[in-house]
Design a binder for this molecule. Structure first.
Ligand code: SF4
Length: 369
């Protein structure tokens, strides 16, 4: 009996060790990414797997209106992102909309013999000084009449706190204005009112703001922004780094590329990986490498992700002083890994100089210039 008990204990012990061995952040990360990939396909949104296609310069998404032109440009041109997506915030936002806001709207609408449509697609054009520009996107829940004609569009957002929220954001008003215009055109009605609902992710309290369509705001602010943005894109100019709202930089995925980060880099173009920067999240780096056939790892990134080198290749190091190049794996970056290494040839001659990786512009031209 004692022997059997020991056999069982050993077997349970093995299973336990195996389970403990498998329950790691890495296995979670891999499981989560596989699940997300599958979910996107099952939801009919395979384009969310990997980098998106580059939109035409004349194309505008209501959700991007009035944001930092430079950030939107980097995003549209698929510049490599320096932070992971805030999936948790998106997830809570979707749950809040589906489980809280939608039932609330339905309850209010039913009292007025109205209904709520979960979302509605808009697609309309506006003539501007740069020609026709287009707005497409999916509106949040819309209160509709029995014939499904829109009565009141909504814009639903969640926030970490509502303590200092005393009015709706101009960015959200711009988005709602685009939905009012788009839905009016689509259903041949004249929508002049909408509602913005902010839900607190902590308390689930809400603040609700009624928005009147403002012709001057739509034409002078929103359409002007969209026209300017199209101009930047058509002229292939990097927009200035002066967002209307300074807080945008705090949440921006392109801070280092732009020049608001900790590295001595600024005003980088959309293409190319930043030299001596290894902070790219793994999935964002892969998105970039997969989307750009000629892209190679910088030497710093090759050290951070050596398993990627076989598939994507890596640039050499270059010493500006003696102009010699060194294969990426013959010299290690300093600690932390974003510190460029010393040139071994110069060191031998008693000189001090640093090696560098190719700039984004050099990468887009295939190598050091
Ligand atoms: S860091 Fe700020 S200025 Fe630069 S792209 Fe981002 S939001 Fe715009």
């Amino acid at each position: 009996m004692v022997q059997e008990h020991n056999v069982q204990s050993t077997s349970e012990g093995n299973v336990q060790s195996e389970l403990i061995h498998e329950l790691t952040p890495t296995s979670y990360h891999e499981w989560y990414n596989r699940r997300k990939h599958r979910q996107n396909i099952e939801d009919g949104k395979p384009y969310f797997n990997g980098p998106g296609s580059i939109p035409e310069p004349t194309y505008h998404s209501p959700s991007k209106l009035l944001q930092c032109h430079r950030k939107v440009t980097y995003d549209q041109l698929n510049a490599p992102e320096e932070t992971s997506d805030p999936d948790g915030i998106f997830w809570v936002g979707t749950l809040f909309e589906e489980r809280i806001a939608f039932p609330f709207l339905r309850s209010v609408a039913s009292n007025a013999d109205a209904y709520v449509r979960r979302n509605d697609w808009i697609d309309f054009q506006v003539e501007t000084r740069v020609g026709e520009i287009q707005f497409t996107g999916s509106a949040d829940p819309v209160i509709v009449d029995e014939e499904s004609n829109p009565i009141l569009p909504t814009e639903i957002k969640t926030k970490s706190s509502l303590d200092h929220v005393s009015k709706s954001s101009r960015i959200h008003r711009a988005q709602l204005h685009a939905y009012m215009v788009g839905l009016s055109a689509k259903y041949d009605v004249e929508l002049t009112k909408g509602v913005i609902i902010y839900g607190c992710r902590k308390s689930l309290e809400v603040k609700i703001f009624h928005v009147e369509f403002d012709e001057a705001f739509w034409h002078d602010v929103v359409l002007e922004w969209a026209t300017n943005h199209t101009e930047y894109r058509l002229e292939e100019r990097l927009p200035p780094s002066n967002p209307e709202y300074g807080w945008e930089c705090n949440y921006c995925s392109f801070r280092e590329r732009c020049g608001r980060g900790s590295r001595p880099i600024s005003d980088s173009p959309s293409e190319g990986l930043l030299p001596n920067f290894t902070g790219y999240p793994r999935e964002k780096l892969l998105d970039y490498l997969d989307a750009n056939e000629d892209a190679r790892l910088t030497p710093s990134l090759a050290h951070a992700y050596p398993s990627f080198v076989d598939e994507y290749g890596a640039f050499d190091w270059l010493c500006e002083r003696c102009e010699t190049s060194h294969p990426w794996d013959t010299v290690s970056p300093g600690k932390p890994t974003q510190t460029p290494p010393r040139c071994p040839d110069c060191s031998e001659k008693g000189r001090v100089s640093s090696l560098r990786g190719p700039s984004p512009l050099e990468q887009s031209r295939g190598g050091y210039q």
